[in-house]
Ligand binder design. Sequence first.
Ligand code: COA
Length: 388
Amino acid sequence: MAIDVAIIGVGMTKFGEFWERGYRSLITESGSKAIIDAKIDGKDIDAVYVGSMSPGRLIGQEHVGALIADYAGLVGVPSTRVEAACSSGGLALHQAYLAIKSGLYDIVVVGGVEKMTDVSTEHATVALAGASDQEWEAFHGITFPGLYAMMARRHMIDYGTTEEQISLVSVKNHSNGKLNPYAQFQYDITLEDVMNSSMVADPLRLLHCSPITDGAATMILARGDKAKKICDNPIWIKGSAIATDTLSLHERKSITRVQASIDASKKAYGMAKIKPNKIDFAEVHDCFAIAEILAIESLGFCKMGEGGKMVEDGETWIDGSIPVNTSGGLKAKGHPVGATGIAQAIEATWQLRGQAEKRQVKGAKVGLTQNVGGSGATCTVHIFGKEK
Ligand code: COA
C-alpha cells in the first residue's frame, strides 16, 4: 500500500533583522514551536532534514546538520543539511517527504534557516551570487538583481508587461504582509512608493526586491496512519516534485519561461491528480516582483505573457480567483533564503487548517507552493490538501 505523508506540526520565528540572535537560537525556536504544535516528544523523531543555503559564507559555520541535532537535543538522530540555493527549504521538504514515503522513517522534522544580517549587504550579495554560474555570470560582476532585471526587461519587450504591473506585485504583497505577524515588513506601500523607490538594477527598484532576512521555519511530517492517530487536523502532501534547468541564464532557450517550474508543477499536478484551476491559493517565489509574474505563468494559472495583467486585474489578491502570497511573499514576509521553502509550506498549512486569521482564504481546500533556486535552475513545487 502506498504510504501517505502528512504535516502534523509547524512553527516559525518572526522574520526580520535580528542582530541580537544567532543561527542556532532561530532554528531551535522554530523547531520547539513545531514539536509543541505536533504534540510529540523528541524521542518520537526518526530524522531531521534542514535547508540552509550559505551558513559557511554568512556566519562561518558549516556542518549545520549536526549542529542543529545537537542544539535541538537530538544527538544521535540522523540529521542532513540540504542545499539548493534559495530553494534549499523546498528541497529539504522534498527529501523529508521521500524519507517517509520510502518507508524508512515514520516521523521526520524538516526545517529551514538562514542568518543573513550579520554581514553587510555587499557580503550577502556575494554569498547569494554563489548560486549563479561563477564562470559565466558572477565572475563578470552580475548579481541576482541584475539577472532578474534582464528577465523583467525581456518580459516587458516580449509581452508588453508594464512597470506598473510589476510594481503592483509588491503593493499586493505588502498589503498581505501587513496582516502577517511573522512578516519582516508589516505595512502598506503604494504604487507611487514602488515606482519612485531607488533603482537597484533597471527596471527593478528597491521595492521590487525581497530583503535580506534572518529567520527559521520548521515542520513535522508523519506517515499517514501515524498522523491520523496523533493529529486532529493533518494536512496532506498530495504532490512533491523538483526539476532543474541550466545554471546560467544565457543557456536557456527563453529567459522568461521558467522551465524548471513548468516541469516540477506538471509532476506535482500529476501526483495530486489535479489541474491548476483546482488550486485555491499559492505561495510563490517572488524574490523580485517579476519572479511572481513568471511563477504564475509557469504554474499554469494564466497563459504565458498574461501574468502582469492577472495581477493588475486583481485575480491574485486575497479576494481574487487565485490568491498568491497571502503571507506577504518573500517581498514583505522576508527571505531568509534557506527557510523560505518551509515558511511557504507553513503558510499553506495555516490556510488549510483555517488558521490564517485576517489573511484567511475562504473555503481553502488545496494550496500550492513554488520555491526557486537561483534564476530558476532548481524549482520545487508542493501541493497540499485538507483531504488526502
Ligand atoms: N524592501 C523594503 N525595504 C527595504 C528592502 C526591501 N527589499 N531592503 C531594505 N529595505 C529598507 C531597510 O529596512 C532599511 O530601512 P530603514 O532605513 O528604515 O531601517 C533601508 O531600506 C536600508 O536598508 P539596507 O539594508 O541598508 O538596504 P540595502 O540598500 O543595503 O539593500 C537591497 C537593499 C535591495 C540591495 C537588498 O535588500 C537585496 O540585495 N535584496 C535582494 C536579496 C536577494 O538577492 N535575495 C536572493 C534572491 S534570488
